[in-house]
Write a protein that binds this ligand. Sequence first.
Ligand SMILES: Cc1cc2nc3c(=O)[nH]c(=O)nc-3n(C[C@H](O)[C@H](O)[C@H](O)COP(=O)(O)OP(=O)(O)OC[C@H]3O[C@@H](n4cnc5c(N)ncnc54)[C@H](O)[C@@H]3O)c2cc1C
Length: 428
Amino acid sequence: MLPRMTRTFVTVEAAASVRPSRPARHFLSHRASALGATEPRPVERHQAIVVGAGSAGLAAAVELGGRGFETVVIEKEESVGASWRARYAELRLNSWRRMSKLQGAGMPPRYGRYPARDDVVAYLEGFARKHGIAVRCRTEVLEVLPDNGFWRLETSSGSMLCRYLVIATGWDAIPVMPSWPGAASFRKELVHSSEFATATAYRGRHVLVVGAGNSGFDIAGHLVRAGARVTMSMRTPPNITNRDILGLPGQPLLVYFADHVPEKLADALFRAAQRLAFGNLSRYGIPRAPTGAYASHRERGRNFAIDDGFVASLKSGVASIVRPVARFDRDEVVLIDGARLRPDSVLCATGYRRGLEALVGHLNVLGDDGVPIHHAGTPDHPRAPRLYFCGMAAPLSGPIRIGPIHARRIARAAAVDRRMRYRVFAGV
Ligand SMILES: Cc1cc2nc3c(=O)[nH]c(=O)nc-3n(C[C@H](O)[C@H](O)[C@H](O)COP(=O)(O)OP(=O)(O)OC[C@H]3O[C@@H](n4cnc5c(N)ncnc54)[C@H](O)[C@@H]3O)c2cc1C
């Protein structure tokens, strides 16, 4: 098993030996000279910078490199694929292997239909190595500022300038943790699901999983298998499906419905399939979802819950569903119906947000929900030319798949922009 967040993949120095690229140019920092520093810090300059060495950032680097852009990827953690490395040991892709590929060859068939966390990390590492992507690790981009037709990045290790900037910092960047009255006085474990490392650590413990979404269902299933007593606190009943439908990967069918079947019909078919697969779940605490599966994804970006054994544990009475949490009272969790629980651990599978405000919020490129207004790769926002977002979406077909699609659009647009610049420069 891979250690969590500890391996360094390739620094820009190491990468230079893999792939010859134009040397970064250095300028004097405006900030340093403005401050009157005696030794102005040089500003490193690249033609293109990609922020984030996850699947989307790597895809963007390959596309830009393929079009001749000198590109460097900036990553705040120790290595590529840091998000996947940090996830729990039992995690497997919910998306089908064949629909979770970057450019070129996909993941090898030996990974199975739904590759494991460590396989995904190995795939991303291999992809970066194969394409000789220059990755600068342990460098966090703190703020992006316009600077005379360039983008200036203030990073944890100095300023950088680039003409083309791609932000690929992930859809699931910042864990969303609810704030309940009395939570500070709870002396047991109270953590977000992003901190959940492995189910085996919970054997024999009573775990309250808060949230009946995709992550909540998956984690609850693993906990039950590991021998934990699981209670799930549910606010909104989910739409539930299996990974496989009639023995085949369900994802292509579910995506086909999304793209080609009217929403109301698709929702009705999904509901019928759920009933066929799981029966009536009301008596186990999961009434019919208030919004159809596809409508709920369109309206709130909510994905289906994929069942990997949790429903069976509800039916057998090993696990149970309870009402939403209202507050904490010392070591007790009080639910909105007044019931009290004394779990050993509370795991909040309560989702993530993008966390782009500090980075680019001042550029007015984000909507009220914190999602970039122009989030599909292209076009770039008129207020922020040559600033692109890659992989900032959670489509039903899986975020991994969307990265290369955005990346191709971005590289094409950047190449057109570069061509126009040369024409203007040459007076053509
Ligand atoms: C539990 C879970 C299960 C999932 N399962 C699936 C699945 O089955 N299929 C699927 O397609 N997707 C799945 N996803 C979605 C998942 O987010 C994507 O698969 C994929 O990780 C997205 O790639 P990305 O490159 O957009 O973001 P990430 O992989 O998150 O990469 C972003 C990178 O940017 C870096 N970064 C962030 N901020 C900065 C900064 N300021 N400066 C420098 N670096 C920065 C981060 O360290 C990170 O390495 C799952 C997500 C979760 C949480």
